[in-house]
Design a protein. Structure first.
Length: 187
């Protein structure tokens, strides 16, 4: 099974919530790692560490490394990079997703915030520029749709490793149990 890691470019310390939502989405939708490039944000590291402790892993979390180094190292190891951008090949119209899956390689997904460096569109950085529709919207929405298409929904049944807490789906009430125990913590 291919490994998928998300690289968040352009995180601003004053804009912590959006990056947190992006990273939570990456984890919940099947990624095995996340990188916040070029900047260290210890609050986000703490949030993600708590999430993995309570809701399970595995998930690698890296920060502060330059995006260029991450991309270069990834490609050196034989992985491919996919840049999510409104300007790329529309995932719904062409065969870009088929080509990505057919490559059978680990995938580094590059996601921006403000305007990304123009090099991101170049083949040295991105093997594929993929748009989730050619309208500008949100990095969280773009990542969720991309991962759901890539995994064809299987990620929504993913079992996480060693969680402390687990939600028991219920049509009417909130039920959270301690993993392996019968006691209901919240309902
Ligand atoms: C809120 S957008 C900002 C885009 C920026 N204003 C620009 O013109 O490049 C932030 C990120 O969301 C992602 N994104 C937004 N719309 C997208 C789309 N239609 N398809 C794929 N990714 C998208 C891209 O990764 C983008 O860098």
């Amino acid at each position: 099974m291919m490994k998928v890691v998300v690289l968040r470019w352009g995180h601003r310390l004053r804009d912590e919530r959006l990056t947190s939502h992006l990273l939570l989405t990456a984890r919940a939708f099947g990624c095995s790692g996340i990188v916040v490039s070029d900047v260290n944000d210890w609050d986000i590291l703490e949030t993600m560490t708590k999430i993995v402790r309570d809701w399970g892993g595995p998930l690698t979390v890296e920060m502060g490394i330059s995006w260029r180094k991450v991309v270069t190292a990834w490609k050196k190891k034989g992985g491919i990079s996919v840049h999510l951008t409104a300007y790329g090949e529309n995932i719904q119209e062409g065969n870009v997703l088929k080509r990505i899956i057919a490559a059978k390689k680990d995938i580094l997904v590059l996601v921006g915030s403000q305007k990304v460096p123009s090099e991101f569109m170049q083949s040295q950085v991105s093997d594929y520029n993929v748009s989730i529709g050619n309208q500008p919207h949100s990095e969280v929405a773009a990542l969720a749709v991309f991962l759901d298409r890539l995994y064809q929904g299987r990620e929504l049944k993913k079992q996480f490793y060693e969680p402390k807490l687990r939600i028991l789906p219920n049509p009417r009430k909130k039920v959270v149990i301690k993993f392996g125990e019968r006691d209901t913590l919240k309902s």
